[in-house]
Design a protein around this ligand. Sequence first.
Ligand SMILES: *Cc1c(COP(=O)(O)O)cnc(C)c1O
Length: 378
Amino acid sequence: MSINPLLESMTPYRPGRSIESVKRQYQLSQVIKLASNENPLGPSPKALAAIAKYAAESHLYPDGSSSELTEKLASHHQVPYDHICLGNGSDELFDQLIRIYVDPGEAVLVSQGAFNAYALSALAHRASVIEVPLRSDFQIDLEAFDHVLRTRLKENKIRLVFIPNINNPTGLLLPYQEIVNFLEKWGRNPEVLIVIDEAYHHFISSSQYRSACQFQKEFPSLIVSRTFSKSYGLAGLRLGYLIAPSQVCTYIHRVRKPFNVNRLAQKAGLAALDDHDFLERSQQLIRQEKVKIRDFLAEHQISFLPSEGNFYMINMKRDLKLVEEFFLKHGVIIRPVDNYGFTTWIRVSVGLPEENTKMLLVLEECFRKIEELPDHRY
Ligand SMILES: *Cc1c(COP(=O)(O)O)cnc(C)c1O
């Protein structure tokens, strides 16, 4: 049987290595994982209590419309109820959007060197992916996005545009004005939807930052996505949501699985939204540890990008296979990001203070023990 060539060319999403498998492979008793931008403080304690409380009801189907959580999020964002839709992680919602809006032969527009879940979903649905190169400063190039839309929207049938702000793996924040300019041009165009992915919203401390949520009324083609995976520490429960035009939510409700958000995720999400103390502690920890990591890297003249997230992208200037192996051998799981086109860079998540200290020790040793590549490789 012949398979769509797009699928033949796909490589599966590469998740971070698990602690268990690294312990086994390297016979280590202690392994730390700084590979998936998870919350180092664990889940919100209020969410944990809710999970414990409701675990005994796991024989019951969830509320298929997640109504209580949807209501709470609507009031949290001050939008009507029908402008919120929940998913089994935000990645499920990206997938649904593509299912709804992009037919085979039509296209999504993404940035190279950006979160690749969007492109993988598009390929899986036999849609085309148009990738715009990053600018030389590693920033997502919204002017180039604009150019592609102006010249190819009709011809290539571009239906969805994905913009992660901040971007993963770079951690870079898009200047506010660039987003406004882009939305002024395309946010009212009925032929295309703009998805701004704000997975790291709570970690951004730049005074320049404002969430795209505020534009919802002004730009009817705008969708904002958020997740409980990072700042709320609930990655394992799979919970994300869109703040979107009601028409978009209506279609999502038609195509989604009837119980896509499980019972415990709904209960945990409700509790996490009230856990202001946990959110504050998470933000505080990340802020404080980022200063430590940044100072260390600067002091050792190691190049890294000025991330606004709970992770840093660092240029090792060395063979990544050797670098990853070195980290693993020393019990630290990091993420090589060569699959994003950054051939000598890794991404490390900000962990607990002692985890970061250990990571920096291994990093320093790695620089000493593994030889640098010749210049042209980075
Ligand atoms: C982690 C992350 C998400 C979250 O995905 P979930 O499916 O909600 O866990 C979304 N977008 C970006 C850019 C991310 O890095």
